[in-house]
Design a protein around this ligand. Structure first.
Ligand code: C2E
Ligand code: MG
Ligand code: MG
Length: 610
């Protein structure tokens, strides 16, 4: 690069835009264009301490992009604007020409004079009437800038200002198109683009982490969208600060985040990163007066064999994340079983509506018995989908897919009606069943549906049932530490007289608190505890304690998943009176269940009831 030999700046101005534009065109960002401008300034006009200054929006601070070929830049590059003469440029909106710095009252006159700087020029960079920065240069002689030079320098600043502001605008538009406006992370589109590049360039080493917040809807419901938004922003910051710059973090929408691991990541380090992210993101979060305990699940997927496309890879990561959520763990990696499950999932997603319409989905009924006398006291309805080709669809997977594809409300409306209809038919067939209930399972998401109470009540009415005829089973571990729509639904149902039972009791945290928190009628002590208490006296003592507390509170304690005589004996020994499990009766199709009732309540069957 040649330094300008004389002050014939008009000729230089022609060269400047060409050289500048050449470099600008390869500059990826506005900030780079600013640096390039600063670099070119001394080529245009002889001087020293050339710089471009950018001001923040409220004109309180400036950032300097210095370039001087002869000397180190002697000032800090980020300073309050009011401590500099540039505040005068902002105020006046015109060029500040100081022919004799030592005789001036500039705030930086002292340090500049010490450096031998005698005169200076600062011209505003203006966009849409607003000064967003300045172009600066100085000389070591007093009164060194001619009138022509001052005028040309001002003109140069005008051109640069207009061009830089256009560049900034383009960059903002580009950012808006690729950035998630709430969190500032890369948005879905941008992440898909990056993923596509990664799959093309390094297919064998593309790893993604799919993260999902549990209970986010409940936080929104309980504390409002403002808190929900802030929670997402803060989680985004935590994820970002935990990832090194070679990984990319993006928000895929809602409460879902994606991390695309850098090229040199191996499978083990992707998994470790998942754990690290969970540790960082699940620390308690204080938002205003609320302290939230975020919960996240991560699915880790690798482009195994280099065969996977974007949507397959994301679907696999999503599946792994769901499995993590379902199994109450945090990080799950895609394995062969999950890949196979992916095929079943695709089929469920395609065929759920048809299967409901065709009555291919049905409910089995599993007896609930008095464990001392063996008498059937009621039954739990359990959804069954035996797909003609794919075979048995696990109920939790069916519910999960209905939720994930937003067909859960449709399913729930159909399901409660079906179960109500089955109860009425059972009572017609077996009058001995007239005072017994069916239990109906509802996931937290189903309970979070604001129309559920109305739907439930309408189904009961349609089939001539009263509130206590259908008991609702709620998974205790699905609740979080805040009042939620699901909780309001439970309270509303209870106020209608619906009985509430806490399912899988003992698997969540802080289980005792549920006794006082919900209007519950029964707890179903989880199968894992029932199995463990046979050989483990400590577990038995805990279960005994839970049973006693429940009984004192007039809450029925039911033993779930009783599979052996030993387990049954243990349940009786700790004071339970009600139980359910393969040992007491498997879930049965409607007809078989009614046959069983006919056998167990002989002489009470209504011959022509069907
Ligand atoms: P859950 O409500 O705790 O239901 C009990 C599960 O344990 C049932 O599995 C039942 O078949 C099984 N089971 C019963 N006795 C025994 C036993 O002695 N040993 C063993 N190993 N298992 C036993 P299923 O039908 O596969 O349902 C699994 C879960 O799926 C249910 O757990 C429930 O959370 C959910 N689910 C089932 N049907 C529905 C439904 O209609 N709606 C909703 N939201 N969830 C449902
Ligand atoms: Mg249940
Ligand atoms: Mg259960």
């Amino acid at each position: 690069m040649e330094r300008a030999e004389n002050n014939d700046s008009a000729g230089q101005y022609i060269q400047l835009p060409i050289a500048l534009l050449h470099e600008w065109s390869s500059a990826a960002t506005f900030a780079m264009a600013v640096e390039i401008t600063a670099k070119w300034l001394p080529h245009l006009i002889e001087g020293t301490l050339a710089s471009v200054a950018l001001f923040n929006d409220d004109h309180t601070e400036l950032e300097l992009f210095p370039l001087d070929l002869d000397r180190e830049f002697p000032f800090p590059t980020r300073v309050p604007l009011e401590y500099t003469s540039l505040s005068e440029v902002v105020r006046s909106g015109s060029v500040l020409h100081t022919p004799d710095i030592s005789a001036s009252s500039l705030p930086e006159a002292g340090p500049l004079s010490q450096l031998g700087i005698k005169s200076g020029l600062c011209a505003p960079l203006v966009s849409s009437g607003k000064c967003f920065g300045s172009l600066n240069i100085s000389r070591t002689e007093v009164d060194a800038f001619s009138d022509d030079e001052v005028a040309n320098f001002t003109g140069l600043a005008e051109v640069l200002g207009a061009t830089l502001s256009r560049l900034q605008q383009l960059e903002t538009e580009r950012n808006l198109a690729t950035t998630d406006s709430l969190t500032g992370l890369a948005n879905r589109r941008s992440m898909l683009d990056l993923l596509s590049v990664s799959l093309n360039e390094s297919p064998e080493t593309t790893h993604v982490l799919f993260l999902d917040l549990t209970g986010f809807k409940q936080v929104n419901d309980a504390y409002g969208h403002h808190t929900g938004d802030e929670m997402l922003r803060r989680i985004a910051r935590r994820l970002e600060s935990e990832c090194s710059p070679r990984h990319r973090v993006g928000r895929m929408g809602g409460d879902e985040f994606l991390v695309l691991c850098g090229e040199d990541t191996c499978q083990t380090s992707a998994r470790d990163l998942g754990k690290q992210l969970i540790d960082a993101a699940t620390k308690p979060l204080e938002i205003g007066s609320v302290v939230l305990q975020p919960r996240l699940s991560v699915g880790v997927a690798t482009n195994a064999g280099g065969q996977t496309g974007i949507s397959d890879l994301l679907a696999q990561a999503d599946r792994a994340m769901y499995r993590a959520k379902r199994s109450n763990t945090t990080v799950v990696e895609v394995d062969d079983e999950l890949r196979r499950e992916g095929e079943l999932v695709a089929r469920i997603d395609r065929e759920l509506e048809r299967a409901v319409a065709d009555d291919e989905i049905e409910f089995f009924l599993q007896p609930v018995r008095d464990i001392r006398t063996g008498e059937i006291l009621g039954a739990e309805s359990l959804v069954r989908w035996n797909h003609p080709v794919a075979g048995f669809v696990p109920p939790p997977l069916l519910i999960e897919r209905a939720e994930a594809t937003d067909r859960i409300d449709m399913f729930t409306t159909w399901a409660i009606d079906k179960v109500a209809e089955m109860l009425t038919a059972t009572r017609r067939l077996n009058p001995a069943y007239h005072d017994k209930q069916f239990a109906f399972n509802l996931s937290p998401r189903q309970l979070g549906w604001s129309d559920y109470v109305e739907t439930h009540v309408a189904a009961l009415e349609r089939h001539g049932l009263i509130a206590s005829d259908i008991l609702i089973e709620v998974v205790e571990s699905g609740m979080i530490e805040v009042e939620t729509t699901a909780e309001s639904t439970i309270r509303a149902l209870a106020s209608h007289g619906v009985h509430i039972s806490l399912d899988d009791f003992g698997t969540g945290h802080n289980v005792i608190s549920y006794f006082s928190r919900f209007p519950i009628d029964a707890i179903k002590i989880d199968r894992s505890l029932i199995a463990a208490m046979v050989d483990n006296p400590t577990v038995r003592t805990v279960v005994k304690g839970l049973t006693q507390i429940a009984t004192e509170l007039n809450i029925t304690a039911l033993g779930e998943g009783i599979e052996t005589q030993h387990e049954l004996d243990a349940c009786i020994e700790v004071g339970m009176t009600v139980g359910q499990g393969y040992f007491l009766g498997r879930p049965l199709p409607f007809d078989a269940f009614n046959e069983l009732l006919a056998v167990e309540f002989p002489g009470q069957r209504c011959a022509n009831a069907a």
